[in-house]
Design a protein around this ligand. Structure first.
Ligand code: NAP
Length: 324
């Protein structure tokens, strides 16, 4: 049997929240251990920013910075102060008693005095069988335009993007670089995206919006050839020939591995019941970033809550539940 690791602070995740928590904790000599994820696409190292192009709204980068570069820099900064990193998921936890116990995907057991959960969220799918089949086989269906959109496969074709939020606008704008036309398919007659992103999409001649429309099937054997669409107002059905489909309809928080050990909100995000704090339902376990934030969901706000979680973990270790 492999030896059980004994740690002061374990951080699960590797987005802006996790690395910021690690930077603060490492500088406070807590010697944090980060489980950064295993490339399984559940908790991919670097998190969602690995799938973003240019980040233009993170203060301190007047020219913008790519998500990948930002995450590599965050990690390097955390390691510079002694953060240790394991490229594995945490797949199971036992928070019923202290020290808290966790198990990695490789079967390793780790005990920790305190834990920060910063596992972020993952892209959602429409839920159609052919969508799943063609996404898994690389047949032109993806939830990540930035990862897959530049493939030769998608060049000079009509590409569909499903969703009406900022992600859909970002994906649509990105795909105009390669596609002959981008059709945004949105289930309502009004976008959810921010004004600036809406305007950019409206101003782009290559983007057309199919309002009040849902995808009811994805057609194609080895590769996508068309979508079956339905008008949500009239019920009318039609087909749209496409060479690619990008699904951008939001995210699901990565909380399955917690299997009920932390209280969750109705929408599945980790509950942090005290306003402006990162404490969870279990004293000594803190949550930061998109796994607990269903409202702002920004890199900079995730980093902010990562800082808060590390400071709270430090105080909790020093003073226990009276640490307030
Ligand atoms: P979102 O804001 O939750 O938008 C999801 C969109 O998908 C909504 O328009 C929703 O329609 C639609 N949708 C949801 N489920 C659907 C389904 N089953 N079938 C069809 N359509 C469905 O998600 P997001 O766009 O990923 O953005 C998440 C957060 O990240 C936001 O706070 C956003 O501002 C931020 N973000 C920012 C940037 C940026 O600033 N550059 C880029 C990306 C994301 P309804 O509108 O009808 O609900």
């Amino acid at each position: 049997m492999s030896e059980i690791r004994k740690e002061t602070l374990v951080i699960v995740g590797s987005g802006p929240a996790a690395w910021t928590a690690a930077i603060y904790a490492a500088r406070a000599d807590l010697e944090p251990l980060v489980y950064e994820g295993s490339f399984s696409r559940t908790m991919i190292p670097g998190g969602q920013l690995m799938f973003t192009t240019e980040i233009e709204n993170y203060p301190g980068f007047p020219e913008g910075i790519t998500g990948q570069k930002m995450m590599m820099d965050f990690k390097e900064q955390a390691e510079r102060f002694g953060t240790r990193v394991i490229t594995e998921d945490i797949v199971k936890v036992d928070f019923t008693e202290r020290p808290f116990r966790m198990w990695s995907g490789a079967g390793e057991e780790v005990e920790a005095s305190t834990v920060i959960i910063a596992t972020g969220a993952n892209a959602r799918w429409i839920g159609l069988p052919n969508e799943e089949r063609l996404a898994q086989s690389g047949g032109g269906v993806s939830a990540c335009a930035v990862c897959d959109g530049a493939l030769p496969h998608f060049r000079d074709k009509v590409i569909a993007v499903v969703g009406g939020g900022d992600s859909a606008m970002e994906d649509a704008l990105y795909m105009t670089k390669f596609a002959s036309e981008v059709v945004v398919i949105h289930r309502r007659d009004e976008l959810r995206a921010s004004r600036i992103m809406q305007q950019r999409a409206f101003d782009n001649d290559k983007i057309r919006i199919a309002w009040n429309t849902v995808v009811t099937d994805v057609l194609g054997d080895d590769e996508i050839t068309a979508l079956k669409l339905q008008d949500t107002v009239t019920g009318e059905e039609r087909e749209l020939d496409v060479g690619g489909l990008f699904v951008a309809i939001g995210h699901t928080p990565n909380t399955a591995f917690l299997s009920g050990q932390l209280e969750l909100k109705d929408n599945g995000y980790v509950a942090t019941p005290v306003s402006w704090r990162t404490v969870t339902s279990v004293p000594g376990v803190f949550a930061a970033g998109d796994v607990m934030d269903d409202y702002y969901r920004q890199a900079v706000s995730a980093a902010g809550t990562g800082c808060m979680a590390a400071l709270e973990a430090e105080r909790w270790l020093a003073h226990g539940e009276d640490g307030d």
